[in-house]
Design a binder for this molecule. Structure first.
Ligand SMILES: Cc1ncc(COP(=O)(O)O)c(C=O)c1O
Length: 385
């Protein structure tokens, strides 16, 4: 599928996970919307935008299985999660239970709101290597207390690229009456997402990662009963609306000033592309390639798997521990000398090399990575084995 994408041909691109990659037909649809807007911005924004947005929302609602009025588009999950946090009315002593695998921007946002309110952000350690799903669940709940008001959990972690058992955790949280916020940034288009089955209180996911949308397309789902408690991050015409709809939630959150929202409007083209190219099959093939290659990289780097090698924990990305005191230097070397785009990330004092595989990759890309790492091990001291 390399020809369908716009990636540089001389680049070994193994970092779909950070910002995705948008295929040509979807990008053309994106630019068509932008062109149409510039031909008559007033007509497009005031007369046509709502109709295109409704179509985009219907397509996404079917894809993630939720009611069309229960989510809003946001540019990214950070905006979604900030919107939630701002309205939580956290009090001194309240606790937010998360893991020590959450995304750095999310950790920072929680720290910000906790500092303001006196609440406590609990990064419950989940020990590596993972032994089983039960181990994650058990260790996670060791962090709960009578003060736990919120559970915040990534469904697929960023640095460790592991799938977390959010269904089981949401179920128990409901029993305990604890609000759940699920960070599913990596989930849509990657592993199955069924919001109605999962029943989270809040869920955020991106379209611009694994659904292949243009950058700046994500969503925030909010359970109906909580929608009226949610203040908009930016107040605009939806407050004291001149033409209120049946949903104050949508009025307040869907219009937050003039913007280029063409990325949202591409959603029918995005989902059309995934269906047209049997993306579930392509994703399965990529997942197989991820797992097949993992032991080989572990052997080269003298590392051990961070979880059992199965679809229960790994999707289209995998992280391997690397012993280096210079993660930035290693990342830059892989890019500058070997033209490999791949992240090397630090989390909880461990460094991980994370490769992502998508339908535009082939075994040859991972062989290039293997060759580069072998060369670095032989010729430098950046990696210790
Ligand atoms: C787990 C996780 N959450 C959230 C995000 C979204 O970050 P942003 O809002 O900066 O796009 C990412 C991006 O990589 C992520 O991996």
């Amino acid at each position: 599928m390399k020809d369908a994408f716009q990636l540089k041909t001389d680049l070994t691109f193994l970092n779909h996970g950070s910002f995705g990659a948008c295929p040509k037909p979807v990008f053309e649809n994106f630019q068509d919307f932008q062109r149409e807007m510039e031909q008559d911005p007033v007509y497009f924004i005031q007369k046509k935008f709502a109709m295109h947005l409704a179509k985009a929302k219907e397509a996404l609602a079917t894809f993630i299985n939720c009611n069309v009025n229960d989510f809003i588009f946001t540019p990214n999950p950070t905006v979604g999660v900030n919107t939630i946090m701002r309205s939580l009315n956290l009090q001194e002593g309240d606790e937010i239970l998360a893991t020590n695998h959450e995304y750095g921007a999310m950790d920072r946002t929680w720290n910000f709101y906790c500092k303001k309110s006196g609440a406590k952000y609990v990064r419950q350690p989940i020990t590596l290597p993972i032994i089983s799903k039960e181990q994650i669940i058990e260790e996670f709940w060791q962090g709960v207390s009578a003060k736990t008001k919120i559970i915040f959990l990534n469904q697929i972690s960023s640095t460790t690229a592991l799938i977390f058992p959010v269904k089981e955790i949401c179920e128990k949280a409901r029993e305990l009456g604890i609000t759940t916020i699920i960070d599913g940034a990596h989930v849509p288009g990657h592993i199955e997402l069924d919001i109605k089955a999962l029943q989270p209180d809040y869920y955020t996911g991106t379209l611009h990662k694994w659904m292949l949308a243009p950058k700046g397309s994500s969503f925030l789902y909010v359970r109906k009963e909580l929608q009226n408690q949610l203040d908009p991050l930016v107040v605009s015409w939806g407050y004291d609306s001149l033409a209120p709809s049946e949903s104050p939630f949508l009025d307040l959150h869907e219009y937050q000033g003039t913007n280029d929202n063409a990325a949202y409007l591409c959603t029918p083209a995005v989902i059309g592309f995934l269906h047209q190219h049997n993306w579930v099959q392509k994703s399965d093939a990529a997942k197989k390639m991820v797992l097949q290659n993992y032991p080989r990289f572990c052997a080269l780097l003298n590392s051990n798997p961070i979880a059992p090698l199965s679809a229960e924990f790994f999707g289209q990305m995998a992280s391997i521990p690397v012993r280096t005191s210079k993660p930035e230097e290693l990342k830059d070397l892989l890019f500058d000398k070997y033209k490999i785009q791949i992240p090397v990330m630090l989390l909880n004092n461990e460094v991980y090399l994370r490769y992502s595989i998508n339908a535009y990759n082939s075994q040859a890309d991972l062989d290039v990575l293997y060759g580069a790492l072998a060369d670095i091990i032989q010729t430098t001291t950046i990696i210790e084995v």
